[in-house]
Write a new protein. Structure first.
Length: 172
């Protein structure tokens, strides 16, 4: 695994092809990072599908209610749910939506982010200031690039596991 500066704020997303290492940004989006860590620590993101993957744009995942491919998965409902926790207030920042940035998915209501998030394949600056940035890929972007495309993909890829590096015994 890649060396991490802050294991408590590093996320390890294991995909079929390898690990994606994410630097979380608690100084930018403290409530969103806290939610991501809580869901990861509870195992809620394990086996959750990438239900919306748009080539040249982003890969969306994180529907812990309907996206678990090992527990009552229904591809038509994936992307319609969240977690048992309340929605989060927006934590918009000046950080741009560049390739490898992770942002929170939401409805038209800016304060409706819950558990779903997306990873940018390319820069998408039209999203700047409208969605919460909470992390960025620091290693393993080639594995993100390999995620099957589709809205929804016919055979979606999944996050096999999602762990906070501090819990995985990662070296700082």
């Amino acid at each position: 695994m890649a060396e991490t500066r802050d294991p408590e704020n590093t996320l390890i997303i294991t995909l079929a092809d390898g690990e994606v290492i994410v630097e979380m940004l608690p100084e930018v989006a403290p409530e969103h990072v806290a939610r991501i860590k809580a869901l990861a620590r509870a195992g809620e993101y394990d086996n959750v599908a990438f239900h919306r993957v748009i080539d040249g744009f982003m890969a969306q995942t994180g529907d812990v209610a309907h996206g678990d491919m090992e527990d009552g998965f229904n591809l038509r409902r994936a992307g319609t749910g969240g977690s048992k926790h309340p929605d989060l207030p927006a934590e918009f920042s000046r950080l741009p939506f560049d390739r490898g940035v992770l942002g929170m998915a939401r409805s038209a209501n800016p304060n409706s982010a819950n558990s779903q998030f997306f990873i940018m394949f390319r820069d998408g600056h039209f999203l700047n200031g409208q969605y919460t940035v909470w992390g960025r890929v620091v290693s393993g972007m080639e594995h993100v690039d390999a995620i099957t495309r589709g809205e929804p993909p016919a055979k979606p890829d999944r996050m096999r596991s999602v762990r906070v590096a501090a819990d995985a015994g990662a070296d700082a």
